[in-house]
Design a protein around this ligand. Structure first.
Ligand SMILES: CC(C)(COP(=O)(O)OP(=O)(O)OC[C@H]1O[C@@H](n2cnc3c(N)ncnc32)[C@H](O)[C@@H]1OP(=O)(O)O)[C@@H](O)C(=O)NCCC(=O)NCCS
Length: 186
C-alpha cells in the first residue's frame, strides 16, 4: 500500500491511498472502458480485448489495476513490458487513471518505478508520450524521467500527426532520487 504525503519530494495536495494489484480477467471490461473513454482516447492507442488478455498471461508483461481512495476502488490501470528483457530495459507501456488530478497518477508511477527497479531488476525504465500530452509529460518529468528525444510525426492524431517524446530513468538515477528522499512512501 502506498500512502504518499506532502513532504515526500513532490508537493501533494493530500494523502493519497493507492495500491497496485495484478489485473484479472474480470477487470478487462473496466480496462477497455477506460481506454475507450473520450477523455483518454486522444492520449493512448487502445488495445483489443485479446491484447489485454494476452498481457495478463504473458510473462514479459505486468498488467496492474490501480486501486485508490478510501474504498480502494479501481481507479486505473498500468502496464509494464520488457519484464524479462535481457537488456533489463522495461517500458511503461500505458497508464490511465480516472478520476484525474487527485494524485493517483503520481502515486501509481512512483510504485511502478519501485516495482521496475527493485522487484524486476530494471536497469532502465522508459516510456513514450504524445507531445500534446503535457499533463503526462509534466508528471513524468517531476517524477525524475529525462527527455531523450522526439520521434517526429510518429502517431496519427485528430488533426494530423504528433511527435512521441521518449523519456527514461536509469537505475542509478532512481537510487540517487531515493537517497535524496524523492522516492518516499509514507
Ligand atoms: C496522465 C495521468 C495518468 C496522470 O494521472 P493523474 O492522477 O491525473 O495525475 P496526478 O493527479 O497524480 O497529477 C500529477 C501531475 O500531473 C500534472 N497535472 C495534473 N493535472 C493536470 C492538468 N489538468 N493539466 C496539466 N498538468 C496536470 C501536474 O504536474 C500534477 O502534479 P501536481 O500534483 O504537483 O499538481 C492521467 O491524467 C491520465 O490517465 N491521462 C489520460 C491517459 C494518459 O495520458 N496516459 C499517459 C499516456 S503516456
Amino acid at each position: 500500500m502506498a500512502l504518499l504525503q506532502p513532504g515526500s519530494g513532490v508537493a501533494l495536495r493530500q494523502t493519497v491511498r493507492m495500491r497496485l494489484r495484478p489485473t484479472m480477467q474480470s477487470d478487462i471490461d473496466f480496462v477497455l472502458t477506460l481506454e475507450r473513454d473520450p477523455v483518454n482516447l486522444p492520449f493512448i492507442t487502445p488495445w483489443e480485448r485479446t491484447q489485454h488478455e494476452a498481457a495478463i498471461r504473458f510473462p514479459d508483461f505486468r498488467h496492474f489495476i490501480v486501486e485508490g481512495g478510501a474504498g480502494l476502488d479501481a481507479v486505473g490501470f498500468l502496464i509494464l513490458i520488457g519484464c524479462r528483457s535481457p537488456h533489463h530495459s522495461l517500458e511503461l507501456k500505458r497508464m490511465v487513471v480516472q478520476p484525474k488530478g487527485q494524485g493517483f497518477g503520481r502515486a501509481a508511477i512512483r510504485v511502478a518505478k519501485k516495482i521496475a527497479f527493485d522487484d524486476l531488476g530494471a536497469h532502465r525504465l522508459w516510456l513514450d508520450v504524445k507531445s500534446l500530452n503535457t499533463r503526462a509529460q509534466k508528471l513524468y518529468e517531476s517524477e525524475g524521467f529525462t527527455v531523450e528525444g522526439r520521434l517526429r510525426d510518429a502517431v496519427r492524431v485528430a488533426d494530423g500527426y504528433d511527435a512521441l517524446v521518449v523519456m527514461s530513468m536509469l537505475a542509478s538515477e532512481f537510487s540517487q532520487r531515493r537517497q535524496q528522499g524523492l522516492e518516499v512512501f509514507a
